[in-house]
Design a protein around this ligand. Structure first.
Ligand code: CDP
Ligand code: MG
Length: 787
């Protein structure tokens, strides 16, 4: 394989048999990296582990103020009318009834598990209980409470809510990557799990911190599980630390056991009763009769007869049983059924309210809204999508009270982390999309499957927040019996390269596999071994299993490891600006929209930006043109119309810009670019116009994600090289792609390289490979040069 390296700005092609040894490249090209191998002598933070701007080490601190001063200020706050007003509201939350019990348990134990239904006041009230109790017992200066949140948006919004409840007295702050708000008075800090993990990773043992509260532990994210693993170890080193785990009522026994029979505090909910309407009930209510039987798995006559008898005995008529049979046998989501249910609710209810529809993904939300909207023409109704990809402004719209019907089609974000007060009806399509990873093949795929009992219970609970509600379930009682009880923890279904590298950076001397095997649910050995061999392939660890300087730097960047490598290469090869955009684009949702009804138009729009035989460079060009409008002084309206015309997502444009800034901050923190520089600084962009060099950096980052392209005209040449013999003349009419490992693969039709007419090169490098009907490659770039 020919690998290109840049020497003093000139091209040189050298022969190499493996991935480029980036550690030596880095050591050679960055003179400032003298401390690349270890911690800088004057800093407790190992070089390469970024520290957030404005974020100090230690917990929230208040040591400048005496216990007495803190208590006096607190008492003054308590006397304010506004505080009393808010306190009266807070006291209505179920968490308040559990206050004394909670403090008593915490007094006696180092770890306490608290469960309670969403909205009962765990996140906003429990941290304040601890703080107030310390202040009132004249120990205010020792209070230093970290509360972790799984998402940036919840860290900020909860901090702002709690800060308002304490009349903005400065005692509440937040820290997310790249941004923090805290003062010398801050005692309660809401931060993302990642922020705490990075602090632990820098060797900080949270000495000044009195309490760590881990919120939403039931989500079982890789980060969350990893944090619990670290905290369990930390309890031994930090004798006064107390840990509180907060969870929705999902599988909390697991945490209790993990922390050696930690006590459990259950906050009783105040949920109103919710009536369940399963599919069989809904069918007879709405008399929904799909016109034609749907295709589905064949059932034997006996099974069919049993089905028929069962529902006949429940009193269903023939048409309803046929409809029920069709629906339960089809795999997709029946939007017309959802629309019929929503219409039934709106036509029979006495007063308007909120209807929350749970769907598996953004595409399904769009389709569902398209079917529902015409039904509500002329009626007072607001229909909103809700998913994590919306801007916070768009997300906020769903909370505004409306006089008519409020219909929200949502993913599982509304299950536990978002509370919408006026929901009375829930329609649960019962499906969720989940990534599944096969360590044997290294392939991930997104699989639609039934929700778990735990998730279904959460969804149902959303209907009874403020008054009695109804939950329509698009599955039968019988189907529900077959659903899994709890979701599979993320650590068991995703690739483990990133977490393995983080562990290696944090615990260089420790065996990573051994350490991970102490997680709540230890990952499979095969998955850990595969991750380790990928880390070797990427040059993050060496043959002997030691961490390389490149590996240390890669782990410090908040992005996929291959993209981290690409960013590092871009600083070395001085083409930072375009690579920042490419990496940010690959880390975001698709830049180009592809509405179902305008697929062709959308594809043509993207094709107009096609450049360099690369999806990545095509998206880069679109982003640059859009951004160029702003530099030319064009207003928001012009930019929006440009995006609309070209099927470009304005949300993704915004995300890319934010991510670019995040990466610049991280690179500066790592010492790769000067702190004062901006990404457009010329020294970092000497080669930013050189498309071939950018492609080489893409290849260097994504290697070995490379595939051979068999074109009809060059097939013979490859077979000669591959097999060592001259093959018979190729008569294939189409190009074929072969992954270096997987064999035959297919280019995703959304790629600008789709269709052989554009092929100029026999190799392509790709970012994403996944399995659906076949193995598809996405985000491809043709590779210059030959074999
Ligand atoms: O954590 P948990 O789900 O148990 O509840 P919480 O987040 O502490 O919320 C308690 C109450 O505070 C909710 O019922 C909301 O009405 C309110 N809240 C709010 O108004 N704004 C927020 N950002 C968070 C909560
Ligand atoms: Mg909460």
């Amino acid at each position: 394989m020919a690998v290109m390296r840049v020497l003093e700005g000139e091209w040189a092609i050298i022969e190499d048999n493996g991935p480029p040894d980036m550690s030596s490249v880095l050591a050679h090209f960055i003179p400032e990296t003298q401390n690349i191998e270890g911690p800088a002598s004057d800093s407790p933070v190992p070089f390469g582990v970024p520290r957030n701007r404005g974020e100090r080490q230690g917990g929230p601190r208040c040591d400048k103020f005496s216990d007495k001063q803190i208590r006096e200020e607190f008492e003054t706050m308590c006397r304010q009318d506004k505080y009393a007003e808010m306190l009266a509201m807070r006291k209505k939350l179920p968490a308040f009834a559990a206050k004394e019990d909670f403090l008593r348990q915490l007094e006696k134990n180092r770890v306490v598990v608290v469960v309670g239904e969403t909205g009962c006041g765990k996140t906003t009230q429990l941290p304040q209980f601890i703080l107030d109790a310390l202040i009132e017992s004249d120990k205010g200066s020792t209070a230093s409470i970290l509360v972790t949140q799984p998402r940036r948006i919840s860290a900020i919004s909860v901090a702002s809510r709690v800060s308002a409840e304490r009349l903005e007295d400065g005692s509440v702050g937040y820290a997310i990557r790249g941004e923090s708000k805290r003062t010398d008075k801050t005692k309660l800090l809401f931060c993302t799990t990642g922020v705490v993990l990075r602090r632990l990773g820098s060797g900080d043992i949270l000495r000044g911190v009195s309490h760590v509260m881990v919120d939403e532990v039931h989500e079982r994210s890789v980060d969350g599980d990893f944090l619990l693993l670290e905290l369990k170890e930390l309890l031994k080193k930090h004798p006064s630390l107390k840990i509180i785990l907060m969870s929705a009522t999902i599988n909390h026994e697991t945490f209790i056991k993990y922390f050696n029979d930690a006590p459990l505090l259950t906050i009783p909910g105040f949920a109103h009763p919710v009536t369940d309407k399963y599919l069989e009930d809904a069918i007879s209510l709405i008399k929904y009769h799909p016109s034609a039987p749907r295709a589905g798995k064949k059932k034997t006559d006996n099974a069919m007869k049993a089905f028929w008898d069962e529902y006949k005995s429940l009193g269903l008529d023939d048409a309803s049983i046929t409809a029920l049979h069709n629906i339960t046998r089809s795999d997709g989501i029946d939007y017309h059924l959802i629309a019929a249910i929503v219409n039934h609710i709106a036509s029979t209810a006495e007063k308007c309210g909120g209807i929350l529809i749970f769907l598996p993904g953004v595409q399904e939300i769009r389709q569902c809204i398209d079917v529902i909207r015409p039904l509500f023409a002329g009626r007072k109704a607001d229909i909103f999508p809700l998913h994590a990809n919306l801007s916070s402004e768009e997300q906020r719209r769903v909370f505004v009270k409306t006089p008519g019907w409020k219909i929200i089609a949502t993913t599982n974000v509304a299950e536990t982390s978002i509370t919408i007060d006026d929901v009375i009806y829930v329609v649960d399509a019962g499906k969720v999309k989940e990534t599944q990873y096969d360590p044997d093949t290294g392939l991930s795929r997104l699989v639609e499957q039934w929700v778990t009992h735990a998730a279904a219970r959460q969804r149902r609970g959303r209907a009874g927040r403020t008054q009695p509600g109804v939950c329509y379930k698009l599955y039968t009682r019988k189907q529900e019996l077959n659903m899994a009880k709890f979701p599979v923890p993320e650590i068991l279904r995703v690739p483990l390269e990133s977490i393995s590298l983080t562990v290696k950076v944090m615990r260089e001397e420790e065996d990573v596999k051994l350490f991970l095997s102490r997680a709540i649910d230890p990952p499979k050995v095969a998955a850990m071994e595969r991750a380790w061999s990928i880390l070797q392939e990427l040059g993050a660890v060496d043959e002997a299993g030691r961490l390389t300087p490149l590996g240390r730097h890669m782990s410090a960047l908040p992005v996929d490891l291959r993209l981290a490598k690409m960013l590092i290469l871009a600083t070395v090869f001085q083409c930072l600006n375009p690579v920042l955009t490419i990496v940010a684009t690959l880390s975001s949702k698709p830049l180009f929209l592809s509405p179902m009804d305008k697929r062709d138009e959308a594809a043509q729009a993207r094709a107009r930006f096609s450049t360099g035989g690369s999806d990545l460079l095509t998206d880069l060009r679109a982003y640059d043109e859009c951004h160029g409008l702003r530099s030319k002084g064009q207003g928001q309206a012009a930019i929006r119309s440009f995006c609309e015309q070209n099927f470009i997502s304005t949300t993704t444009i915004r995300d890319i810009t934010t991510l670019r800034n995040d990466f610049v901050l991280s690179l500066a923190d790592m010492g790769f670019i000067p702190l004062s520089s901006t990404p457009s600084t010329s020294a970092l962009n000497k080669n930013s116009e050189n498309l071939n060099l950018i492609k080489a950096v893409i290849l260097g980052g994504l290697w070995p994600h490379v595939a051979r392209v068999h074109l009809p005209s060059n097939r013979i040449k490859f077979d000669k090289v591959q097999a060592g013999t001259i093959q018979r003349e190729n008569t294939a009419k189409e190009y074929k792609i072969f992954d270096l490992r997987e064999g035959r693969v297919f280019l995703h039709p959304g790629s600008v390289l789709f269709g052989e007419a554009v092929w100029k090169s026999p190799f392509l490098v790709y970012f994403h490979k996944y399995l659906s009907s076949k193995v598809f490659l996405r985000d491809a770039t043709e590779v210059c040069g030959g074999i």
